[in-house]
Design a protein around this ligand. Sequence first.
Ligand code: PLP
Length: 366
Amino acid sequence: MNLTSDNIAPAHHSVLSALGAVNAGSSAPYGKDEVTAQVEELLAGIFECEVGVFLVTTGTASNALALAQMTPPWGAIIAHSEAHVLHDECGAPEFFSNGAKMVGLPGVDGKITADGLRALLARDYWTPPTHVTPSAVTLSQATEAGTVYRPGEIAAIAEVARDRGLRVHMDGARFANAVAAVGVSPAEMTWRAGVEALSFGFTKNGAMAAEAVVLFAPDLIRNLAERRKRGGHLWSKGRFIAAQAAALLEDGLWLKLAHQANAQAARLALGLEARGLKTAFPVEANEVFAHLPAATHEALKAQGVGYYVWSSDSIAPHRAGGADEVIARLICSFATEPQEIDAFLAAIDGAGAQKKASRSPGTPLF
Ligand SMILES: *Cc1c(COP(=O)(O)O)cnc(C)c1O
């Protein structure tokens, strides 16, 4: 049982077949191949508009390149205070932007709000040249708390951003899970709500290593080709990234796999609820954050069950856990089987039974 992340999953067999299929004959290098053109067409169709597309192989590169297009070196990029771009990318957004400042904005359930952003921007803090210039806001979709922004929330944030001249980026490492969760069109989730650039993640969705910077604002395209090359992310055999993305985008496989992952998270959430165990955040996509009694956690770890222990300042008061509880971050992927979820829940039951047994009268406590 391993629910540590969705990147522990294998690549989907369609992705590997697609890699095999493009591994024949010769092909134009540096993204001038037909498969890359096909991905551009597929994305334009999915988003119902013209898009700029830049394929890379890590989400960090995708985020950092997109954000660097949106800010001068003396700019500020505003993100949720627990965002991946802020904590888990080793300063890549700062590095690629030649030193722009990442600014964290707290918010419940892993989300920033329009009001929160407005208040931050209204602070007497942004006077040039002493202070950095707010230049961009980035939203994780789905969030690091496994929650999902609705188009209305995005539009409200984007409006505040636009009023102050900030660009709007979306870190869509789990974009597929978010779209599947809300059931709106990819266009409604992005540019129609004011998103100007999306890091569209395929890796956690079922690729081996493929991510796309998708640009909705034409002016953001300028010199991104050079920035990607300088960053070492222009693949000469680019068709091998493109083939992965194409395999997932064709026939809606990306959404089908996201639905599968989300369904297992929902199954897990139901099982936890049935056992009286609370979650730290609403379960909306493919991530579940469960409050587990410390003894249950110890028993699960002793059995080698894989998950990360989480901490977060973004938990709503009514969802807070007890003092002797830990938060287990449990992530489902397209490859997570219902049996694995059931086995996990059975392991929780077993851990609880063990605990009761060890406290039964006559059993020594030490
Ligand atoms: C996984 C993830 C990324 C991308 O990470 P890489 O390891 O660089 O591919 C970006 N944002 C979020 C929220 C993620 O979960």
